[in-house]
Design a protein around this ligand. Structure first.
Ligand code: ADP
Length: 552
């Protein structure tokens, strides 16, 4: 813009200068021509008076200077000419000024030389005797005049150019400077040029409109971000080329990415071929899903195409953690396999004994021990099935069971009483200590906890050993502690004994009628009551398991 203003100003200045020059030259030339003509006329009148009085004598010794004097007779012949010999001169009758003078008393004319560089002015006056006196003088043409003034004109022209350049430069800068300093953040505060006020008002209204739109967009974006960032599921929006348009916090955390991945291809975030496959299918317009393992967890990825105006404009990836589901499925699979395995063994022995008895190959005295074995195996199966039913019940949340006020001490007493025979046959003594305390809980489950802990205390004890059940009530919690002086559990097994079907010594457990599910039932029942389990045990010395029931 500065350049354009500069160029325009410069050329206008030059044009004005040239126009002024031409005008001044023209006016001056006209003025001097008029003056010269008036002088010529006056000189002609004076000379005419001289010739009228003195005749040819007037020309003796006359010094006419720049003027040429010619005296013409009434028939047009030249009587006298101060520049040439009048004898040889042609008749002047047809000359314009002569003709005019003969007719009206005075005539004038002008003629250009062949080169147009000079102009001759003629003035003729008729004398009283009818003859005509003509004076002529030469005048430079306007071109000659300009040529003659070429040097000063060139100098002035050069000065004008320099001045125009300097002034145009400063002027253009001065015009543009306020425009460059316009404060477009508040367009209406600028009052430098009235001419740009409409433009500034327009900018101001458009800025306000843009601000409104930006605010609305920001609000929508904030709402969207607030929703997506509070989702546990990962969400990624892609364009048809697989470039990330949006990613929520859960997804960035999952892929160890940051917000700088926006604008980059999904490949830069994760190169897993399963992920690429679902992205490819989604941008091709199909829904797709897959599961992937990341950071030791399982994720399901649902990829859906985004359709707008009938065409695929991108894809949305929803990533959610299915580790719990996968683990549960895995556990169910393992559980089924374990149950089948656990049931198979007693069933095989029952079937084996029954087969031998059926074939009459058993002596009468052996029938009783055989029947006892079948009974024991059947009891084991009954116990196993009962434990499985209890566990499944707990897995489903034990929703049908009701919370009641339970006196834990009374309950522990009932359990220890029911186990007294078993303890006696194992050579283990049982004692119950502590106080009466009332806990709000599900009686069946609380009984299951005490029973399984005491049962284990007896089963994994030694002849002459002890099992102590202690019930303690407090303001913050009620505590059941079952300690024994049995075989103990080594540290590496302590964290695993609560798993289903986990046994430290399988054969010993089976020998004593264990199913491997007792502590799983304890764990689940404790979980339903938000209770915490603690275990301390040392090999050969005994085990102590504490269950803490929070109050309130
Ligand atoms: P089980 O029916 O085999 O007793 P549990 O789930 O009750 O199954 O116990 C799991 C395993 O933990 C047992 O097989 C045993 O090896 C070990 N265990 C549990 N309680 C005790 C204890 N008081 N002393 C020593 N070992 C124990």
């Amino acid at each position: 813009m500065t350049k354009r203003i500069f160029r325009s100003t410069f050329f206008v200045a030059l044009l004005v200068f040239i126009a002024c020059l031409i005008l001044i030259m023209g006016v001056l030339y006209g003025y001097f021509s008029g003056t010269q003509k008036a002088q010529l006329k006056m000189q002609t009148t004076l000379a005419a008076q001289g010739v009228t009085h003195e005749g040819l004598d007037y020309f003796d010794g006359l010094k006419a200077g720049d003027y040429r004097i010619t005296w013409i007779d009434t028939d047009g012949t030249v009587l006298y000419d101060d520049h040439s010999d009048s004898v040889g001169m042609e008749n002047h009758m047809e000359r314009e000024e002569i003709k005019e003078a003969f007719e009206s008393g005075y005539g004038e004319s002008q003629r250009y030389s062949d080169t147009l560089m000079e102009r001759s002015l003629y003035s003729a006056e008729r004398l009283s005797d009818g003859t005509v006196l003509r004076l002529s003088t030469s005048q430079n043409s306007i071109f000659t005049l300009i040529l003659g003034m070429a040097q000063p004109i060139c100098m002035v022209f050069a000065i004008v150019i320099v001045l125009s350049l300097v002034l145009s430069y400063r002027l253009s800068k001065k015009i543009v400077e306020p425009l460059n300093k316009l404060n477009l953040d508040s367009p209406l505060s600028n009052d430098e040029y009235d001419e740009i006020s409409p433009l500034l008002r327009r900018i101001d209204s458009q800025q306000k409109q843009l601000k409104r739109q930006a605010n609305q967009l920001q609000k929508k974006q904030d709402e969207f971000t607030a929703i997506t960032d509070n989702m546990n599921e990962g969400l990624i929006l892609l364009n048809p080329k697989g470039t990330i348009l949006g990613i929520n916090t859960a997804a960035t955390r999952l892929f160890d990415a940051d917000n700088f991945c926006i604008g980059k291809n999904i490949l830069t975030v994760n190169r897993n071929s399963k992920l690429q496959e679902v992205v490819f299918r989604a941008v091709a317009g199909d829904k797709a899903e897959t599961t992937m393992e990341m950071k030791d967890r399982h994720y399901q990825i649902d990829a859906s195409p985004i359709i707008s105006d009938g065409a695929v404009s991108g894809a949305a990836l929803l990533i959610f953690d299915v580790t719990e589901r996968e683990t549960a499925e895995q556990m169910r699979r393992e559980f089924t396999a374990n149950v089948s395995h656990e049931l198979k063994t007693p069933l095989h022995s029952i079937s084996g004994y029954a087969e031998i008895m059926k074939s009459d190959m058993v002596a009468a005295r052996d029938i009783k021990p055989f029947a006892e074995k079948i009974y024991t195996e059947a009891q084991r199966m009954v116990q196993l099935v009962e434990d499985i039913i209890n566990l499944s019940h707990l897995d489903e949340g034990a929703l049908d069971l009701k919370y009641e006020q339970v006196d834990m001490y009374d309950m522990a007493k009932a359990v220890t009483d029911s186990l007294r025979d078993e303890a006696a046959s194992a050579g283990v003594s049982m004692e119950l200590t502590g106080d009466h305390t009332v806990t709000v809980g599900i009686p069946q489950l609380l009984r299951g906890i005490i029973y399984n802990l005491c049962d284990n205390g007896i089963k994994y004890n030694r002849e002459g050993g002890k099992v102590n059940v202690c019930i303690k009530g407090g303001d913050a919690e009620d505590v059941i502690t079952v300690s024994d002086t049995g075989i103990g559990i080594s540290p590496e097994h302590q964290s695993r004994i609560f798993e289903r079907f986990y046994r430290v010594d399988k054969s010993h457990s089976k020998e004593v009628g264990g199913t491997g599910l007792g502590l799983s039932i304890v764990k689940h029942a404790a979980k339903v009551h938000n209770a915490k389990i603690e275990i301390t045990s040392s090999l050969g010395q005994g085990t102590q398991i504490t269950v803490r029931f929070p109050k309130g």
